[in-house]
Design a protein around this ligand. Structure first.
Ligand code: NDP
Length: 272
């Protein structure tokens, strides 16, 4: 039988922008019931309205994923509206750009709070429902969660932490039918570089890269959907992700030099 997302209840955090917003549109148009979470409630309301106007099913809940009680409310919204949860996608995230030499420690704490603790908080309350449905937890990590990305200590650390947490959750649930997948997009056009935190915690406000040459959120959404349906453990995407995963095994020192070179070439790179 061909597996599809039709009628699956899918919670997506960070659905007000970028990859999360694209996942909401793509999965709703595939027949899923999507439950949208983020802090920008107005954007979620508009997106849910747009999905419903096309015949799709959507609910939303304002949530700051750093707040456990708000995550609980997001999960309860899904159960109240659609009666079950099949997939939790922990996608909400922020980035940074500064050398560790210069960065305020508060920035690294903020990265961990949103990217790592946001994932933990949502998983905590969704887990019993996902165990019931033998559903899926998806963590949207990054190529920076496969190998350290210079200028992004807090970002890489938060994504590695997320992987360690999710991997352990998978093993604890080995005999309960839970599927856990870590997805690692490479550079994808979105708001993430504009909102990235600089050394003093202020937002960067611009992107140092050509966003038009990146993957689109919609492409990422489709690859993640295939990963969910095939119940993969690790979802790699474009060449950057596959090459990083492969080369790290055999030539990690070479990969260090490549990562340094690529990031040092960015305009205004903190590595210069
Ligand atoms: P965007 O900045 O476009 O979207 C980030 C989303 O996260 C927004 O919806 C934002 O909503 C939400 N968010 C941020 N902070 C919080 C919070 N405290 N509570 C709830 N929601 C929050 O970035 P992307 O779409 O690119 O990022 C999505 C994920 O993909 C992130 O985890 C990112 O690390 C990952 N990723 C992105 C890559 C890229 O190049 N774009 C590459 C690899 C991974 P709001 O502000 O309304 O709360």
């Amino acid at each position: 039988m061909k597996r599809t997302l039709k009628d699956k209840v899918i919670i997506i955090t960070g659905a007000s922008s970028g990859i999360g917003e694209a996942m909401a549109r793509v999965y709703a148009s595939a027949g899923a019931c999507v439950v949208l979470g983020a802090r920008s409630v107005q954007k979620l309301q508009l997106l849910a309205g747009e999905i419903r106007s096309h015949g799709g099913r959507a609910a939303y809940c304002g949530v700051d994923v750093t707040q456990p009680e708000e995550c609980r409310e997001l999960i309860e919204t899904a159960v109240r509206e659609f009666g079950r949860i099949d997939v939790l996608i922990c996608n909400a995230g922020i980035s940074m750009r500064a050398l560790f030499d210069d960065v305020d420690l508060e920035v690294l704490h903020r990265l961990m709070d949103v990217n790592f603790w946001g994932t933990v908080n949502c998983c905590k309350y969704a887990l019993p429902y996902l165990q019931d449905t033998k559903g899926s937890i998806v963590g949207i990590s990054s190529v920076a969660g496969l190998h350290g990305l210079p200028g992004r200590t807090g970002y890489s650390a938060s994504k590695y932490a997320m992987t360690g947490f999710l991997e352990t959750l998978r093993i604890e649930n080995l005999h309960k039918g839970l599927h856990v997948m870590v997805a690692c997009p490479g550079f994808t056009a979105s708001n993430v570089r504009f909102s990235a935190l600089t050394a003093d915690g202020s937002q960067q406000g611009e992107t140092p890269r050509d966003e038009s040459k990146m993957m689109t959120g919609e492409q990422v959404a489709r690859i993640v959907a295939r990963g969910i349906l095939r119940r993969k453990r690790l979802c790699l995407m474009e060449i950057e992700g596959r090459a990083t995963h492969f080369v790290k095994k055999f030539a990690p020192g070479f990969l260090d030099r490549m990562f340094y070179l690529v990031m040092a070439r960015e305009p205004d790179s903190p590595l210069k």
